[in-house]
Design a protein around this ligand. Sequence first.
Ligand code: GLC
Length: 420
Amino acid sequence: MIRLIYRWILVALVALLVCLRSSIALPQPVTITFMVIAAEAERLQILIDAFEAQHPDIHLNVVPGPRTTNDVEDLYTTSFLLGKAPYDLIYADIIWASKFAAAGWLQDLSPRISEAELAAFMPTDVAGGKVEHGFYWMPFRSDVGMLYYRTDLLEAAGLQPPETFADLVTASQILQQQGLVDWGYLWQGAQYEGLATVFVEVVKGFGGFWIDLAAKQVGLDQPAAIAATQYLRELIDQGISPPGVTNYVEYDTLRLFRSGKAAFLRNWPFVWTEVNRPDSPIRGKVALKSMIHAPNQEGGSCQGGWGFGMAATTQHPEAAWQVIEFFTSEAAQRQFVLDQGYVPTRRSLFSDAQILQKYPHYTQLLAVADRAVLRPPIRQYAQVSDVLQRYLSAAITGRLSAEQAMQRAARETRQILKWD
Ligand code: GLC
């Protein structure tokens, strides 16, 4: 009998221990979720690993998204509109900040970071995060539009790198006639945000503008904007750019340029690492410069870039802020730039010895980045850009004349901005 009692006591003790163990569970790591363009999610892996190694209590769930900024923005937008978005952070294009902040989806980060700390970042990047009186987007990596060209081909034909729009056309035609390339110039002409960035640069090069917020003016139906649109269309009509350019996004143009079939490419700085990879047929044969322009004008490089906003609905704001602090720190940016060739948002890194040793062209990049042209930071940005993309696409595919397209685009833009 006593043995039976002992056995029962033993069983009860074991059961108690099991219960206790499961109730004193070890703290689970907090998971922080955000979505990134698929190709970039792979590139970020080096920093994701570094972050998790330093923060064992925070797990990063990086969701690979679609391949263009518009498609990723649509997914984030839908999920915030439906409520219960699973995202703690929003890895956002510089142009989304105003809309997302105005919609109330982002937290104001200004209580977490001082103006003095922000002074270490490039002013054009910081400007992208400022909306009304708040700060909603921490710049992680910058972007500026660049002109890439094949040094070997220009040398072979005795040509200088182009300065003007006309120089680029002439050089392309010479190289094409000599049979050195199939195409002169590649750029992003699909109906998406990339086309708007191309336009911002060309219109600046013609001395015009898209939207002037201070003067409350839309410049799309002015002669410079019509000339810019006409120039893009003629590149295709004259066979300098392939007809397929009207469907190309960044990666399509990179692939064609890398295959050696074209002399010039407009793209972002990440292309530098891509064309110089060991398996690249054009490795060591490429240089870059600021954008071309009309005579007596200055070239414009569009300011792009990606950074972090914090979701208003996150349950883990402190952990989410630690992620932002880590990714935007000098050390993480240096590591990312060295590994992937992206552009930092911290000014000091443009003269960093390690970075300059690997990428001597960063000194040049700083000059280009300093003069970069911002797209209008307004909450209706997605709408006005959509109008521009639609009418530009109609003009470059020959469905409307440059003049008709830009007149209609100007009218619709004024309606959206209520500047009639
Ligand atoms: C790059 C830029 C971004 C821009 C996009 C257009 O990702 O960083 O600002 O909107 O290209 O495709």
